[in-house]
Design a protein around this ligand. Structure first.
Ligand code: 6R9
Length: 645
């Protein structure tokens, strides 16, 4: 990629200062950046003291064998104790930890004292099933309290969990699942997928399948001797359990990345450094005041966002949070806003895909609900188009609530680049600045840091506490994937640019960058230009092989308000959109083809699978579609496609 690559195309000049009252009471001020700059390791050692250690660490970072990091290596702690018991010991047992809202409307509020009993029973149950420290447990559950309880029970006994999200592989001792969950108003079975997976090779170690009854479907296939109901086993356990302290580097979980290309990577996270950074970032980025805030992260617990910002961050900080099982449009398109109103949610953390869907459904829907409790809004998962960012602030945040665009990955464990709501003057569409204690920059092909105003590759230049420790069972792949592209620096795989102030803008995965007549063009910028047109709700852009220009830009767009156009109107709109992009970004970025579609292919974490759209644009047979939320989407898109020009 050349230095003018990922060219500085889109000009976004809107700026939003932090609200004065929030800034005056903010958990973290500008001073934190100074402290961390002066003594990065001292800064993280201080953050580690947010936790209760069984044995206080005397070491901070051991980087003697890079890139294999050890953080707080001589410390010992128990993660579940930190997320549950210590709050009860501190007199907060009656505080609600989880407000659970089931999709059919059933609800359950669980206090920290209740959570302590539930986690203790589940830990005792796993022990009865023979699970010991170091044994793996696979979890495949809907968004119900038992998912959180199971994860904490595993952490409590030192059994690394692996949440299954999409494709199933169960190299574990025990699998925890449910008969089913509710999605889009209907019970949807889960256990058959587990039963099927356990017939495959590599699953011989699974001795038990622990099954939560969620939907009460009648015909649950049962393997005697292997399957056991949660309500039979867990309910009869003692609700007391003494947590054992584990080494700071004891494995906490393995999470398989969706792997848009290639075979999935098992990302390993460990105990002390992970919890330190997750707890700190949740406190800093969301300005969490545990005594008064109601936090809601809408992610699935099976995604890293759910691990870090439903389970470990909020609970380590003693937060009260919402856990919602279902989809945003069941039974109606105002469901989320109804939940915000009902529980008085103050901090909402969601993904751009959800924001764009809400935009498409119309401003009038959130306007029907009282959203005045909200005081911080977060975004994660993809670059957020400036238009979606501004809509989020305007229509969900009453035009006053700060929006924090948080960049991070499964591999980074926690948030790395983000504004701070009481400090940063925000810019729509930019994650802006590395958090205190985090070092990131943008480099060119030759590993030189690019000047302000230029683009290149995002790299992380110093180790951080919640970094992945390796790819499970494959140290070489860990080295090759992340540490070989640029000597001594972590290669994130994302394109980025620095603006004139040195703030960072993420431009999408480098695999998605398009090469058009010798220019590198970012999919994100063309998508943002399309979304800034009033008729476009969502856009996905890919580069399709082209004999004249190397690649040609091909755009798939979802129109706002479900507009259904005739052929002529549609052709006119396509021309209008091409002109609009040309005006915003220059003629080179004009899409060659624009195709209105009803849906886009997405992973369960809301990321657009551009690889599949590239297959369509190049008239190829589709690649692997197993991580799609809805595989019928691709058929609809293909049916829409005229023969290639
Ligand atoms: C947390 C999570 C990681 C990839 C990452 C990047 C994209 C996430 C983003 C963002 C731009 C943001 N990504 N947050 N891009 N701005 N705020 O999403 O983890 O599922 O592993 O994905 O997601 O491309 O490299 P994961």
């Amino acid at each position: 990629m050349s230095n003018e690559s990922l060219a500085n195309l889109l000009k976004e000049e809107r700026r939003f200062a932090p609200p004065a009252d929030l800034a005056a009471r903010a958990n973290v001020t500008a001073e934190a950046y100074e402290q961390a700059r002066a003594d990065r390791l001292g800064f993280w050692a201080a953050q580690a003291r947010r936790l209760s250690w069984h044995t206080e660490p005397t070491q901070t970072l051991d980087w003697s064998n890079p890139p294999f990091a050890k953080w707080f290596a001589d410390g010992k702690l128990n993660v579940a104790y930190n997320c549950v018991d210590r709050h009860v010991e501190n007199g907060l047992g009656d505080r609600v930890a989880l407000h659970f809202e089931g999709e059919p409307g059933d609800t359950r509020s669980i206090t920290y004292a209740e959570l302590q009993r539930e986690v203790s029973k589940a830990a005792n149950a796993l022990t009865e099933l023979g699970v010991q420290a170091g044994d793996r447990v696979a979890i495949y559950l809907p968004m119900i309290p038992e998912a959180v309880v199971s994860m904490l029970a595993c952490a409590r006994i030192g059994a690394p969990h692996s949440l299954v999200f999409g494709g199933f592989s169960a190299d574990a001792r025990v699998v925890i699942t449910a008969d089913g969950g509710y999605r889009r108003g209907k019970p949807s079975a889960l256990k058959p997928a587990v039963d099927e997976a356990l017939t495959r090779p590599g699953t011989e170690n699974v001795r038990s399948v622990l099954v939560v009854r969620r939907t009460g479907q009648e015909d649950v296939a049962w393997t005697e001797g292997r399957d056991v109901w949660w309500h039979d086993l867990v309910e009869r356990q003692s609700d007391r359990h003494t947590p054992e302290a584990f080494d700071a580097e004891h494995p906490l979980f393995i999470l398989y990345t969706s792997g848009t290309t290639g075979k999935p990577k098992g990302i390993l996270h460990t105990t002390g450094g992970y919890l330190t950074q997750i707890s700190y970032t949740h406190h800093a980025v969301f300005d969490l005041k545990p005594e008064s805030d109601v936090f809601w992260c809408t992610a699935d617990v099976g995604w890293v966002t759910g691990h870090s910002y439903i389970v470990y961050g909020p609970l380590s900080n003693g937060a009260t949070e919402v856990l919602y099982e279902g989809t945003p449009d069941t039974p109606h398109r105002g469901r989320w806003w109804e939940i915000v109103q009902k529980y008085g949610v103050t901090i909402l953390y969601t993904a751009p895909t959800a924001i764009r869907a809400a935009m498409k459904w119309g401003d009038d829907i959130p306007a029907k609900f009282d959203l005045s409790s909200l005081r911080v809004l977060g975004s994660v998962g993809e670059p957020i188009n400036p238009e979606a960012w501004v809509w989020y602030r305007e229509h969900i945040g009453a035009g006053t609530t700060p929006v924090v665009d948080t960049w991070w990955q499964t591999e980074t464990g926690g948030i790395m680049i983000s504004p701070l709501p009481g400090v940063t003057e925000t810019k729509p569409g930019s994650a802006q600045v590395p958090l205190p204690g985090i070092s990131a920059t943008v480099v060119d092909d030759d590993a030189n840091e690019v000047p302000n105003g230029s683009g290149g590759y995002l790299v992380l230049t110093e180790p951080w506490p919640s970094m992945l420790r390796t790819i499970w069972g494959d140290d070489q792949r860990y080295l090759d994937t992340y540490w070989s592209r640029f000597e001594g620096r972590y290669f994130a795989g994302d394109g980025a640019k620095k603006d004139e102030d040195g703030d960072i803008w993420l431009l999408g995965r480098v695999d998605d960058v398009m090469l058009v007549s010798g220019h590198n063009i970012s999919t994100t910028e063309v998508e943002s230009a399309l979304v800034s047109h009033p008729k476009v709700a969502e856009a996905a852009v890919v580069g399709a092989t082209d004999p004249q220009t190397t690649q040609a830009i091909c755009a798939f767009v979802i129109l706002r308000g479900d507009a259904d156009l005739g052929e002529e109107e549609s052709a006119a709109l396509v021309e209008e959109l091409r002109a609009h992009v040309g005006k915003q970004l220059g003629p080179i970025a004009k899409p060659k083809r624009i195709l209105p579609v009803a849906e886009l292919p997405k992973t369960r974490s809301g990321k657009i699978m551009r690889r599949l759209l590239r297959d369509v644009a190049e008239n190829r047979t589709l690649g692997d579609v197993t991580t799609l939320t809805d595989s019928s989407v691709m058929e609809l898109i293909q049916a829409k496609l005229p023969a290639a020009p």
